[in-house]
Design a binder for this molecule. Structure first.
Ligand SMILES: Cc1cc2nc3c(=O)[nH]c(=O)nc-3n(C[C@H](O)[C@H](O)[C@H](O)COP(=O)(O)O)c2cc1C
Length: 324
């Protein structure tokens, strides 16, 4: 029995397929469910993408722009096009899947898009995951201000969205502990630690900027493990979800032991196919049987800082020991 509760939702398995290429069409979504996923997070609708496509639509229709309010018309109709397409996928997913379907918005400002989340909820979304993604490259803004802006963003989302709500975070905040504790305090239901953001690279032959690898390696789970281990015992309402570098059942068990109620996986499914979800479930079940646990709740958080005497180990990597 793999049942767990994450962001107020009952999941049959702690393995969630995270937002990405595997959750952008109904065929893949059905395969996620068939393979044993506990929930799916739909591919995000991007605030930036909407804005970009609005302007390119407007360029294509320049002749109309002489009309007063034409730009407003195109802005509204392009946005509606993407929103409608998203709602169609969501509606179909809700019709065909019995596991929770979480809608996702990749946002960088607090503008108009938040009202759309309410439409997703009316359309049947079981929850909303907000992927907050500002690049804090303004040298005049302090770390404290960056952290506070995230909390202001989450607070506005919490007030606007009357449904289970999670925030998917990057780990570059000046005080992650404060950020996670504040998200819990203001009533966020789930915190995903951590998103793996787009990484730039450089093509030295073309001498231009290119994209780094979008997929993770299996050694990248350490930061999620550390911060979930440090913070899970302090959460009053929010449940934590591990993400990035979780490629197999063994790593999923580690995240659960640190205090995650669920894990989100993307690269593992891209590289190993949908059956990896079932393999992860089977590994967790076999491990539970071997250690005498009857459900994930029996061992989730066993190694969180609050539950062990040597909790300092989460903070200090033992370089000295390794060197010796
Ligand atoms: C091709 C690709 C597209 C992605 N698109 C999104 C997205 O739209 N929204 C989002 O929140 N995360 C997106 N992600 C990030 C994944 O959901 C996930 O957070 C990240 O890949 C780390 O998990 P992993 O190590 O299991 O891959 C994408 C990842 C990949 C590889």
């Amino acid at each position: 029995m793999l049942r767990t509760e994450y962001m107020g939702l009952e999941l049959r398995s702690p393995v969630i397929v995270s937002s990405g290429p595997l959750t952008q069409n109904i065929v893949s979504l059905e395969k996620c469910e068939e393979a044993g996923a506990g929930a799916v997070v739909l591919k995000s609708i991007f605030e930036e993408q909407i804005e970009k496509d609005v302007s390119s639509d407007m360029e294509k229709n320049e002749e109309y722009l002489a009309h007063s309010s034409a730009d407003e018309f195109f802005a509204a109709s392009s946005r509606d096009y993407y929103i409608d397409r998203y709602m169609k996928l969501l509606t179909e997913a809700k019709k065909k899947l019995s596991i929770p379907v979480i809608a996702s918005v990749c946002a960088k400002t607090m503008d108009n898009w938040m009202e759309y989340c309410e439409r997703f909820v009316k359309c049947g979304a079981d929850g909303i995951e907000l992927d907050y993604y500002p690049i804090s490259s303004d040298a005049s803004v302090s770390g404290e201000e960056v952290d506070r802006r995230l909390i202001a963003f989450a607070e506005k989302a919490r007030k606007t969205i009357d449904a289970p709500l999670s925030i998917k975070l990057g780990y570059k905040y000046s005080s992650l502990a404060w950020v996670i504790a504040e998200l819990d305090r203001i009533g966020i239901d789930g915190i995903v630690l951590f998103n793996r953001f787009f990484r730039p690279d450089i093509d030295i032959e073309k001498i231009e900027i290119s994209s780094g690898s979008p997929v993770s390696s299996a050694s990248e789970y350490g930061e999620a493990l550390r911060w979930i281990g440090l913070m899970s015992g302090e959460m009053k309402r929010a449940t934590l979800c591990g993400n990035t570098g979780i490629h197999d059942g063994e790593t999923a068990v580690k995240l659960l032991l640190s205090g995650a109620k669920a894990v989100e996986v993307c690269t593992a499914v891209i590289q190993q196919g949908f059956p990896v979800i079932g393999k992860m479930n089977a590994f967790i079940e076999n491990w539970m049987e071997k250690h005498g646990f009857s459900e994930p709740g029996d061992f989730i958080g066993r190694l969180s800082q609050e539950h062990i005497d040597d909790g300092w180990k989460w903070e200090r990597t033992q370089f000295l020991k390794t060197i010796n």
